[in-house]
Design a protein around this ligand. Sequence first.
Ligand code: BTN
Length: 267
Amino acid sequence: SLGPKARSAGYRLAGFDEIGSTNSEALAAAAAGDPGGIWFAALKQTAGRGRRGRAWESPSGNLAASLLIVPDADANVLATLGFVAGVAMQKAFAKILPQGAVRIGIDGADAMNGSGRVALKWPNDVLADGAKVAGILLEMGKAADGSHAIVIGIGVNVIAAPTGLPYPATSLRDLGYERSAEDVFEALSEAWVEAFSLWNEGAGISEILNQWRGSAAGIGAPVAVSQDGVVRRGIFETIDSSGRLVMRDDDGARIVITAGDVHFGAT
Ligand code: BTN
């Protein structure tokens, strides 16, 4: 169920034992006139979607949740909501995992994510020990009145890591944390309220990006970013004020990346 802060902030919850995709359900609700502020959460998805057109397996016991919001903001501002979701995930894990299990606000210098610590991977993943423990899929749709509807879909590997992915995945259970999807959802619903209210304030986007940086994996370490078949390598320096990845190549040139697949490590 929703946490107390989420309830008093007026959020609603539609819960399902099984559903095709909570993101699809949220997009359909927007088109049908839902004003937003509603979570769609399922214990199992049969047609879950990941980024880059990939399928997302969510077996029973993992969490699949999508938040529909209809915010009054420009498209470039809306794109920063992915970082709000990342920060919210990080805060949610900090609420339910032991102290030290989550990377929060530590200086980026030692940033290779090790010893099971949960950290954020640019642009939209949550990692532990280099393996994905949660993923975020942001989709834009239309509200009934034609304005933008945003769906923030979050999949958390609570009891099982999806298989057949082109990258390593893990689960809270694999990491040694026995939690339920309900516990994770309640923490997430609370953490979202906290992160989103920051974002909504005047200096909010820069504060969200600050928090995101403080929880980032791989800052200061070698990184390879591939986009449209082009691979760029360098040292991951930071995330800039628009949320772009900044790296420095061997020649000392500063490279700014808006989109791509990130690999950590020298190879
Ligand atoms: C990724 O590829 O990393 C993003 C995964 C996002 C999965 C979540 S599960 C809840 C929501 N509904 C979906 O169909 N996808 C997202």
